[in-house]
Design a protein around this ligand. Structure first.
Ligand SMILES: [Cu+2]
Length: 376
């Protein structure tokens, strides 16, 4: 199929954008840097590295919605995930990790205090997803792309449908369903997740026998073999992942405001689809609700792919300025910059042994040569 006019225009605009970026970075480099810790000197090579990633690629791969995949494609994806859980760990920085799947959870666990409620929350998770998809393809022979879960569509079918009836939680060609009910005391339920319905090990689907070794909590050094746990909280899910929340987030014009509203604040003072997905699936006791170790639930990657897709949609509303727009605190919750400054395109993000450190600029544009993907 011939590239659409929009596609060609988009590539042209991105090319222009990369020139703007180069100019912007060069200008910034000419101004004496403040004594801030996050202003690495930019040599010609790093300038090139920053400009190059937003030159458009020509054949982006297409990430699809879970329910649009054929049953065969769905099974190929979950089989590749299980393949990672059967390959030995390579991440020396994560002593608790036994297999490659643990490596990913472990890196997220270790970096949790530095990658949430910061400006680079979105770029870091975009990079993380990319590394995960790459591992599925290169180490497990997965031929497809990273799918996403458009929860808004599922939420619209509630309460007629229960969460267990969603395509994604199918025990036949999905991720399996809820865990059985586990009683808790009101004191345990400090997050106020009163609509929780499960709390035990997942009993059907491809991950029934998956052994996870990282978590719970912030410890990534002690091996703790355990199962995948779900604790569906249907009210939290339905109330937070609707189109109304997306509209509220996406209306912001500056990245800093958009990203701040997207992450929201811990608790339920404002509707929040990131938290709605995590706690709607993980509830109080489930893997998805454990902030350090939420990637222990393979559904994490589809939830975050949808968040990445929303960022992409926001960027595409005004491509050039928005693939150059970065900001927000370096330190968690430091929205008034009391402890440090804001992140910039040159700010480095890393994934321990999973992938090299890169400047945020490298992941700003999903159709650049490194990422080279788009959402259907
Ligand atoms: Cu995270």
């Amino acid at each position: 199929m011939a590239p659409s006019r929009n596609g060609v225009q988009g590539r042209f605009l991105a090319l222009l954008a990369s020139l703007f970026l180069l100019a912007a970075v060069t200008t910034a480099a000419a101004i004496p840097a403040p004594a801030a810790d996050q202003s690495p000197a930019l040599d010609t090579r790093s300038l090139f590295n920053i400009a190059l990633p937003i030159l458009p690629c020509f054949k982006p791969t297409v990430r699809k919605e879970w329910s649009k995949l054929t049953s065969k494609e769905k099974k190929a994806y979950t089989a590749a995930v299980m393949c990672l859980a059967n390959k030995p760990s390579i991440a020396k920085s994560i002593p608790a990790a036994v297999h490659r799947y643990d490596d990913f959870t472990g890196v997220h666990n270790m970096q949790t205090p530095d990658i949430h409620f910061v400006g680079h929350f979105l770029p870091w998770h975009r990079y993380y997803l990319w590394a995960y998809e790459k591992a599925l393809k290169e180490e497990c022979g997965y031929k497809g792309t990273q799918p996403y879960w458009d929860w808004t569509k599922d939420a619209e079918t509630m309460p007629g449908k229960s969460m267990s009836q969603f395509d994604i939680f199918s025990g036949v060609d999905g991720f399996g369903g809820n865990g059985p009910w586990v009683e808790t005391t009101p004191e345990q339920n400090w997050m106020g997740i009163n609509d929780r319905t499960g709390g035990g090990c997942v009993t059907d689907g491809p991950f029934v026998n998956m052994t996870l070794n990282v978590g719970p909590g912030a410890d990534y050094s002690t091996r703790n073999p355990h199962c995948l746990i779900r604790d569906f909280a249907p009210e939290k899910f339905k109330d937070n992942v609707g189109q109304d929340t997306i509209n509220e987030v996406i209306q912001h014009k500056k990245y800093e405001d958009f990203a701040w509203r997207l992450e929201g604040l811990p608790g339920w003072s404002m509707k929040n689809f990131h938290g709605g997905g995590h706690f709607g699936v993980g509830g109080l006791l489930g893997s998805m609700g454990d902030s350090n170790n939420s990637p222990n639930d393979p559904v994490f990657y589809l939830h975050h792919a949808n968040i990445d897709r929303i960022w992409t949609q926001w960027q595409e509303k005004n491509l050039i300025p928005r693939i150059l727009d970065m900001g927000g605190p370096i330190k968690a919750f430091d929205y008034s910059n009391q402890r440090a400054g804001n992140v910039t395109l040159a700010f480095k993000i890393g994934l321990n042994e999973l992938a090299p450190e890169i400047p945020i600029a490298a992941v700003m544009y999903t159709r650049g040569p490194m990422l080279c993907y788009k959402y259907e």
